[in-house]
Write a protein that binds this ligand. Structure first.
Ligand SMILES: [Zn+2]
Length: 395
Protein backbone atom coordinates (compact mmCIF):
# COMPACT_ATOMS: atom_id res chain seq x y z
CA UNK A 1 0.00 0.00 0.00
CA UNK A 2 1.02 3.60 -0.03
CA UNK A 3 4.08 4.43 1.96
CA UNK A 4 3.32 6.33 5.14
CA UNK A 5 6.27 8.56 4.25
CA UNK A 6 4.33 9.96 1.30
CA UNK A 7 1.69 11.20 3.61
CA UNK A 8 3.43 14.39 4.71
CA UNK A 9 1.04 16.66 2.87
CA UNK A 10 -2.26 14.81 2.53
CA UNK A 11 -4.41 16.45 -0.10
CA UNK A 12 -8.15 16.49 0.03
CA UNK A 13 -8.98 12.90 -0.69
CA UNK A 14 -11.69 10.30 -0.45
CA UNK A 15 -12.07 10.91 3.26
CA UNK A 16 -12.75 14.61 2.93
CA UNK A 17 -14.75 14.52 -0.28
CA UNK A 18 -18.05 14.49 1.49
CA UNK A 19 -17.10 17.59 3.47
CA UNK A 20 -17.75 19.91 0.59
CA UNK A 21 -21.36 18.80 0.24
CA UNK A 22 -24.27 20.74 1.66
CA UNK A 23 -27.42 18.98 2.87
CA UNK A 24 -29.11 20.12 -0.35
CA UNK A 25 -26.32 18.49 -2.37
CA UNK A 26 -26.83 15.27 -0.46
CA UNK A 27 -30.57 15.26 -1.14
CA UNK A 28 -29.88 15.91 -4.79
CA UNK A 29 -27.47 13.00 -4.87
CA UNK A 30 -29.92 10.41 -3.62
CA UNK A 31 -30.17 7.34 -5.75
CA UNK A 32 -32.80 7.49 -8.41
CA UNK A 33 -34.99 4.51 -9.24
CA UNK A 34 -33.26 2.03 -11.50
CA UNK A 35 -33.75 2.80 -15.17
CA UNK A 36 -34.48 0.06 -17.65
CA UNK A 37 -31.13 -1.02 -19.01
CA UNK A 38 -30.68 -0.71 -22.73
CA UNK A 39 -28.90 -3.64 -24.35
CA UNK A 40 -25.59 -1.99 -25.10
CA UNK A 41 -24.18 -4.73 -27.23
CA UNK A 42 -26.11 -5.65 -30.28
CA UNK A 43 -25.88 -8.57 -32.66
CA UNK A 44 -22.58 -10.26 -33.25
CA UNK A 45 -20.58 -8.37 -30.60
CA UNK A 46 -23.21 -9.33 -28.07
CA UNK A 47 -23.08 -12.99 -29.12
CA UNK A 48 -19.27 -13.06 -28.97
CA UNK A 49 -19.48 -11.73 -25.43
CA UNK A 50 -22.08 -14.37 -24.55
CA UNK A 51 -19.80 -17.20 -25.73
CA UNK A 52 -16.84 -15.77 -23.81
CA UNK A 53 -18.98 -15.39 -20.70
CA UNK A 54 -20.28 -18.97 -20.89
CA UNK A 55 -16.75 -20.35 -21.20
CA UNK A 56 -15.50 -18.23 -18.32
CA UNK A 57 -18.36 -19.28 -16.08
CA UNK A 58 -18.70 -22.94 -17.01
CA UNK A 59 -15.20 -23.99 -18.12
CA UNK A 60 -14.38 -25.92 -21.32
CA UNK A 61 -17.36 -26.66 -23.55
CA UNK A 62 -17.99 -28.17 -26.96
CA UNK A 63 -19.54 -26.11 -29.74
CA UNK A 64 -22.92 -27.90 -29.48
CA UNK A 65 -22.90 -27.35 -25.70
CA UNK A 66 -22.25 -23.64 -26.25
CA UNK A 67 -25.11 -23.54 -28.75
CA UNK A 68 -27.46 -25.15 -26.26
CA UNK A 69 -26.39 -22.87 -23.37
CA UNK A 70 -26.60 -19.70 -25.45
CA UNK A 71 -29.77 -20.55 -27.36
CA UNK A 72 -27.93 -20.01 -30.66
CA UNK A 73 -27.84 -22.53 -33.50
CA UNK A 74 -24.78 -24.81 -33.64
CA UNK A 75 -23.52 -23.27 -36.93
CA UNK A 76 -23.82 -19.77 -35.45
CA UNK A 77 -22.09 -20.79 -32.21
CA UNK A 78 -19.34 -22.55 -34.23
CA UNK A 79 -18.77 -19.44 -36.39
CA UNK A 80 -18.48 -17.28 -33.28
CA UNK A 81 -16.06 -19.75 -31.67
CA UNK A 82 -13.95 -19.73 -34.85
CA UNK A 83 -13.73 -15.96 -34.68
CA UNK A 84 -12.72 -16.05 -31.00
CA UNK A 85 -10.12 -18.77 -31.68
CA UNK A 86 -8.67 -16.64 -34.51
CA UNK A 87 -8.47 -13.67 -32.17
CA UNK A 88 -6.64 -15.82 -29.60
CA UNK A 89 -9.18 -15.19 -26.84
CA UNK A 90 -10.47 -18.77 -26.98
CA UNK A 91 -8.33 -21.90 -27.22
CA UNK A 92 -9.22 -25.05 -29.11
CA UNK A 93 -8.52 -27.96 -26.76
CA UNK A 94 -9.26 -30.66 -29.35
CA UNK A 95 -10.97 -33.90 -28.31
CA UNK A 96 -11.14 -34.08 -24.54
CA UNK A 97 -11.51 -37.56 -23.01
CA UNK A 98 -14.52 -37.82 -20.74
CA UNK A 99 -15.59 -40.44 -18.27
CA UNK A 100 -19.14 -40.17 -19.56
CA UNK A 101 -20.12 -42.57 -22.33
CA UNK A 102 -21.00 -40.86 -25.58
CA UNK A 103 -19.51 -39.31 -28.64
CA UNK A 104 -16.33 -37.43 -27.68
CA UNK A 105 -16.47 -33.78 -28.72
CA UNK A 106 -13.80 -31.18 -29.34
CA UNK A 107 -13.89 -28.56 -26.61
CA UNK A 108 -12.81 -24.97 -26.43
CA UNK A 109 -11.88 -22.85 -23.41
CA UNK A 110 -11.31 -19.18 -22.70
CA UNK A 111 -7.61 -18.25 -22.91
CA UNK A 112 -7.22 -16.57 -19.52
CA UNK A 113 -3.82 -15.12 -20.40
CA UNK A 114 -5.07 -13.73 -23.73
CA UNK A 115 -7.87 -11.57 -22.34
CA UNK A 116 -6.79 -8.40 -20.60
CA UNK A 117 -8.39 -5.87 -18.28
CA UNK A 118 -6.93 -2.37 -18.51
CA UNK A 119 -7.00 -0.85 -15.03
CA UNK A 120 -6.29 2.61 -13.62
CA UNK A 121 -5.62 3.68 -10.04
CA UNK A 122 -6.34 7.40 -9.70
CA UNK A 123 -5.94 7.62 -5.93
CA UNK A 124 -2.28 8.55 -5.55
CA UNK A 125 -1.06 12.08 -5.15
CA UNK A 126 0.63 13.45 -8.28
CA UNK A 127 0.52 10.24 -10.33
CA UNK A 128 -1.92 7.89 -12.01
CA UNK A 129 -1.00 4.22 -12.21
CA UNK A 130 -2.26 1.91 -14.94
CA UNK A 131 -1.82 -1.77 -15.66
CA UNK A 132 -2.90 -4.60 -17.90
CA UNK A 133 -4.07 -7.62 -15.92
CA UNK A 134 -5.10 -10.97 -17.37
CA UNK A 135 -7.99 -13.13 -16.17
CA UNK A 136 -5.65 -15.06 -13.84
CA UNK A 137 -4.77 -11.83 -12.06
CA UNK A 138 -1.26 -11.57 -13.55
CA UNK A 139 -0.06 -8.00 -14.05
CA UNK A 140 1.44 -8.11 -17.55
CA UNK A 141 2.06 -4.40 -18.09
CA UNK A 142 2.32 -1.39 -15.82
CA UNK A 143 2.64 2.32 -16.49
CA UNK A 144 2.81 5.25 -14.10
CA UNK A 145 2.30 8.80 -15.32
CA UNK A 146 3.20 11.92 -13.43
CA UNK A 147 0.15 14.21 -13.40
CA UNK A 148 1.68 16.94 -11.23
CA UNK A 149 -1.12 18.90 -9.63
CA UNK A 150 -3.54 18.30 -12.49
CA UNK A 151 -7.21 18.52 -11.58
CA UNK A 152 -10.58 18.78 -13.31
CA UNK A 153 -10.64 18.27 -17.08
CA UNK A 154 -6.85 17.97 -17.27
CA UNK A 155 -6.92 15.05 -14.86
CA UNK A 156 -9.68 13.40 -16.93
CA UNK A 157 -7.46 13.79 -20.02
CA UNK A 158 -4.56 12.11 -18.20
CA UNK A 159 -6.82 9.17 -17.34
CA UNK A 160 -8.04 8.84 -20.95
CA UNK A 161 -4.48 9.05 -22.33
CA UNK A 162 -3.23 6.45 -19.87
CA UNK A 163 -6.06 4.07 -20.81
CA UNK A 164 -5.37 4.55 -24.52
CA UNK A 165 -1.64 4.03 -24.03
CA UNK A 166 -2.24 0.74 -22.21
CA UNK A 167 -4.72 -0.39 -24.88
CA UNK A 168 -2.15 0.38 -27.60
CA UNK A 169 0.52 -1.59 -25.75
CA UNK A 170 -1.78 -4.53 -25.02
CA UNK A 171 -0.46 -7.77 -26.49
CA UNK A 172 -3.87 -9.46 -26.30
CA UNK A 173 -7.61 -8.79 -26.49
CA UNK A 174 -8.81 -6.06 -24.11
CA UNK A 175 -12.18 -6.93 -22.57
CA UNK A 176 -12.73 -3.73 -20.59
CA UNK A 177 -11.37 -0.84 -18.53
CA UNK A 178 -11.66 -0.70 -14.74
CA UNK A 179 -10.94 2.46 -12.79
CA UNK A 180 -10.38 2.98 -9.07
CA UNK A 181 -11.33 6.55 -8.24
CA UNK A 182 -11.20 8.45 -4.99
CA UNK A 183 -14.46 9.99 -3.82
CA UNK A 184 -18.10 9.10 -4.27
CA UNK A 185 -18.80 7.06 -7.38
CA UNK A 186 -22.31 6.12 -8.46
CA UNK A 187 -23.54 2.89 -10.03
CA UNK A 188 -23.15 4.29 -13.55
CA UNK A 189 -19.47 5.08 -13.20
CA UNK A 190 -20.00 8.77 -12.61
CA UNK A 191 -17.69 10.34 -10.03
CA UNK A 192 -20.14 12.43 -8.03
CA UNK A 193 -17.45 14.10 -5.92
CA UNK A 194 -13.67 13.75 -5.68
CA UNK A 195 -12.33 16.92 -4.09
CA UNK A 196 -8.63 16.10 -4.51
CA UNK A 197 -9.12 15.99 -8.29
CA UNK A 198 -11.74 18.79 -8.25
CA UNK A 199 -14.24 16.45 -9.86
CA UNK A 200 -17.97 16.95 -9.57
CA UNK A 201 -20.33 14.78 -11.59
CA UNK A 202 -17.65 13.50 -13.94
CA UNK A 203 -19.12 10.76 -16.13
CA UNK A 204 -15.80 8.98 -16.22
CA UNK A 205 -17.05 5.59 -17.42
CA UNK A 206 -18.92 7.23 -20.32
CA UNK A 207 -15.93 9.40 -21.27
CA UNK A 208 -13.58 6.41 -21.26
CA UNK A 209 -16.00 4.29 -23.29
CA UNK A 210 -16.40 7.03 -25.87
CA UNK A 211 -12.73 7.92 -26.12
CA UNK A 212 -11.31 4.38 -26.16
CA UNK A 213 -14.09 2.31 -27.72
CA UNK A 214 -13.78 -0.14 -24.82
CA UNK A 215 -16.44 -0.78 -22.12
CA UNK A 216 -15.47 0.87 -18.82
CA UNK A 217 -16.44 0.52 -15.17
CA UNK A 218 -15.50 2.99 -12.41
CA UNK A 219 -15.66 2.36 -8.67
CA UNK A 220 -14.58 3.84 -5.37
CA UNK A 221 -11.08 2.64 -4.50
CA UNK A 222 -11.95 0.95 -1.20
CA UNK A 223 -14.93 -0.83 -2.75
CA UNK A 224 -12.58 -2.15 -5.43
CA UNK A 225 -10.02 -3.20 -2.79
CA UNK A 226 -12.78 -5.33 -1.30
CA UNK A 227 -13.54 -6.91 -4.70
CA UNK A 228 -9.82 -7.53 -5.26
CA UNK A 229 -9.46 -9.30 -1.91
CA UNK A 230 -12.43 -11.48 -2.66
CA UNK A 231 -11.50 -12.52 -6.17
CA UNK A 232 -7.71 -12.63 -6.13
CA UNK A 233 -6.69 -13.12 -2.52
CA UNK A 234 -9.35 -15.69 -1.58
CA UNK A 235 -10.16 -13.41 1.31
CA UNK A 236 -13.26 -11.76 2.64
CA UNK A 237 -16.29 -13.97 2.10
CA UNK A 238 -19.45 -12.85 0.39
CA UNK A 239 -20.11 -10.60 3.36
CA UNK A 240 -17.22 -8.57 4.75
CA UNK A 241 -16.11 -5.20 6.06
CA UNK A 242 -12.89 -3.87 4.55
CA UNK A 243 -11.20 -0.78 5.97
CA UNK A 244 -8.26 1.06 4.39
CA UNK A 245 -6.43 3.69 6.44
CA UNK A 246 -3.81 4.74 3.89
CA UNK A 247 -5.29 7.77 2.28
CA UNK A 248 -7.80 8.91 4.84
CA UNK A 249 -9.96 6.25 6.46
CA UNK A 250 -12.47 4.55 4.19
CA UNK A 251 -14.48 1.38 4.45
CA UNK A 252 -16.31 -0.98 2.12
CA UNK A 253 -19.16 -3.23 3.16
CA UNK A 254 -19.59 -6.29 0.97
CA UNK A 255 -22.99 -7.93 1.13
CA UNK A 256 -23.59 -10.91 -1.12
CA UNK A 257 -20.22 -10.23 -2.71
CA UNK A 258 -21.11 -6.71 -3.79
CA UNK A 259 -20.16 -3.39 -2.19
CA UNK A 260 -23.09 -1.60 -0.56
CA UNK A 261 -23.17 1.85 -2.21
CA UNK A 262 -25.73 3.64 -0.07
CA UNK A 263 -28.32 6.31 -0.81
CA UNK A 264 -25.70 8.94 -1.72
CA UNK A 265 -23.07 6.42 -2.81
CA UNK A 266 -21.28 7.30 0.44
CA UNK A 267 -21.50 3.98 2.31
CA UNK A 268 -18.26 3.37 4.18
CA UNK A 269 -17.31 7.07 4.41
CA UNK A 270 -16.47 6.75 8.09
CA UNK A 271 -13.52 9.18 8.28
CA UNK A 272 -15.47 11.89 10.10
CA UNK A 273 -17.29 9.77 12.60
CA UNK A 274 -16.61 11.35 16.01
CA UNK A 275 -14.69 8.96 18.23
CA UNK A 276 -13.22 11.43 20.73
CA UNK A 277 -15.36 14.58 21.13
CA UNK A 278 -12.57 16.52 22.87
CA UNK A 279 -9.82 15.17 20.63
CA UNK A 280 -7.50 16.67 18.05
CA UNK A 281 -8.94 19.12 15.49
CA UNK A 282 -9.88 17.71 12.10
CA UNK A 283 -9.93 19.22 8.59
CA UNK A 284 -13.74 19.09 8.74
CA UNK A 285 -13.78 21.69 11.53
CA UNK A 286 -14.76 19.29 14.30
CA UNK A 287 -12.65 17.38 16.78
CA UNK A 288 -11.72 13.77 17.34
CA UNK A 289 -12.86 12.30 14.03
CA UNK A 290 -11.84 8.71 13.28
CA UNK A 291 -9.51 10.09 10.59
CA UNK A 292 -7.35 12.04 13.05
CA UNK A 293 -7.02 8.96 15.25
CA UNK A 294 -6.37 6.14 12.73
CA UNK A 295 -5.85 7.76 9.28
CA UNK A 296 -2.31 6.83 8.19
CA UNK A 297 -0.93 10.39 7.87
CA UNK A 298 -2.16 11.32 11.35
CA UNK A 299 -1.18 7.97 12.85
CA UNK A 300 2.34 8.29 11.41
CA UNK A 301 2.67 11.75 12.94
CA UNK A 302 1.42 10.55 16.32
CA UNK A 303 3.84 7.62 16.16
CA UNK A 304 6.76 9.95 15.45
CA UNK A 305 5.77 12.38 18.18
CA UNK A 306 4.60 10.05 20.93
CA UNK A 307 6.09 6.64 20.20
CA UNK A 308 4.73 3.15 19.57
CA UNK A 309 2.49 3.29 22.62
CA UNK A 310 -0.21 5.07 20.60
CA UNK A 311 -0.69 2.23 18.11
CA UNK A 312 -2.60 -0.27 20.24
CA UNK A 313 -5.17 2.28 21.52
CA UNK A 314 -5.65 3.61 17.97
CA UNK A 315 -6.38 0.11 16.71
CA UNK A 316 -8.78 -0.37 19.59
CA UNK A 317 -10.74 2.75 18.56
CA UNK A 318 -11.15 1.36 15.05
CA UNK A 319 -12.28 -1.99 16.44
CA UNK A 320 -14.87 -0.28 18.63
CA UNK A 321 -16.23 1.60 15.61
CA UNK A 322 -16.52 -1.59 13.55
CA UNK A 323 -18.15 -3.74 16.24
CA UNK A 324 -21.75 -2.45 15.88
CA UNK A 325 -21.60 -2.79 12.08
CA UNK A 326 -20.47 -6.41 12.39
CA UNK A 327 -23.19 -7.04 14.96
CA UNK A 328 -26.03 -5.39 13.05
CA UNK A 329 -25.23 -6.98 9.69
CA UNK A 330 -23.98 -10.29 11.15
CA UNK A 331 -20.74 -9.99 9.17
CA UNK A 332 -17.92 -12.33 10.23
CA UNK A 333 -15.00 -11.13 8.13
CA UNK A 334 -13.04 -7.93 8.72
CA UNK A 335 -9.95 -6.91 6.76
CA UNK A 336 -7.98 -3.79 7.71
CA UNK A 337 -5.42 -2.56 5.18
CA UNK A 338 -2.64 -0.10 5.84
CA UNK A 339 1.10 0.63 5.78
CA UNK A 340 3.08 -2.21 7.47
CA UNK A 341 4.93 0.11 9.85
CA UNK A 342 1.61 1.26 11.25
CA UNK A 343 -0.83 -1.65 11.17
CA UNK A 344 1.33 -4.71 11.88
CA UNK A 345 1.70 -5.62 15.55
CA UNK A 346 0.17 -3.46 18.28
CA UNK A 347 -2.38 -1.74 16.01
CA UNK A 348 -3.66 -5.12 14.77
CA UNK A 349 -3.97 -6.39 18.35
CA UNK A 350 -5.84 -3.22 19.24
CA UNK A 351 -8.39 -3.75 16.45
CA UNK A 352 -9.12 -7.29 17.67
CA UNK A 353 -9.40 -6.14 21.31
CA UNK A 354 -11.60 -3.19 20.33
CA UNK A 355 -14.06 -5.41 18.46
CA UNK A 356 -14.04 -8.03 21.22
CA UNK A 357 -14.68 -5.44 23.93
CA UNK A 358 -18.04 -4.50 22.38
CA UNK A 359 -19.52 -7.84 21.36
CA UNK A 360 -20.80 -10.98 23.04
CA UNK A 361 -18.14 -13.72 23.19
CA UNK A 362 -20.28 -16.01 21.02
CA UNK A 363 -20.17 -13.42 18.23
CA UNK A 364 -16.45 -12.77 18.69
CA UNK A 365 -15.68 -16.49 18.33
CA UNK A 366 -17.11 -16.50 14.82
CA UNK A 367 -15.10 -13.49 13.62
CA UNK A 368 -12.11 -13.53 11.31
CA UNK A 369 -10.20 -10.29 11.70
CA UNK A 370 -7.20 -9.79 9.45
CA UNK A 371 -4.90 -6.80 9.39
CA UNK A 372 -3.09 -6.75 6.09
CA UNK A 373 -0.25 -4.68 4.69
CA UNK A 374 2.15 -4.64 1.75
CA UNK A 375 -0.19 -5.61 -1.09
CA UNK A 376 0.38 -2.70 -3.51
CA UNK A 377 -1.44 -4.20 -6.50
CA UNK A 378 -4.66 -4.91 -4.68
CA UNK A 379 -6.57 -1.85 -5.87
CA UNK A 380 -5.56 -2.58 -9.49
CA UNK A 381 -6.64 -6.20 -9.09
CA UNK A 382 -9.93 -4.98 -7.65
CA UNK A 383 -10.49 -2.84 -10.75
CA UNK A 384 -9.79 -5.94 -12.88
CA UNK A 385 -12.29 -7.91 -10.78
CA UNK A 386 -14.91 -5.23 -11.50
CA UNK A 387 -14.23 -5.52 -15.25
CA UNK A 388 -14.53 -9.31 -15.10
CA UNK A 389 -17.82 -9.03 -13.22
CA UNK A 390 -19.32 -6.61 -15.68
CA UNK A 391 -17.93 -8.16 -18.87
CA UNK A 392 -17.90 -11.85 -17.98
CA UNK A 393 -20.71 -11.83 -15.46
CA UNK A 394 -18.87 -13.57 -12.65
CA UNK A 395 -19.52 -12.52 -9.08
ZN1 LIG B 1 -13.44 15.31 10.58
Amino acid sequence: MRDAGEAEAPRADRATDILSLTPADLLEMRRSDPKPTASAHEGRQHNLAVILRLLYQHGPKSRPELARLSGLSTPTASALVAELVDAGTVRDLGIVAEARVGKPAAKVDIAADHNLCIVLDLTHHGAFTGAAIDLNGAVVDRVQVDIGDAQGETAVEHAVELANLLIERAAAQVIGIGVASPGLVDDEGRVRVADGLRWRDVRLADVLRRRTGVPAVVGNDVNLLALGLRRFRARSGRDAVVVAIDNGVGAAVLVNGQPVLGEQFAAGEIAHLTVDPGGAPCACGRRGCLDVVVGAPHLARSLAAEGAGILEPAGRVLGEVLAPVLNILNINVVVVLGPPALVDGPFARGVVDGVASRLRPTIVEGLEIEVRSGDPDLVLLGAAAAVMETQLGVH
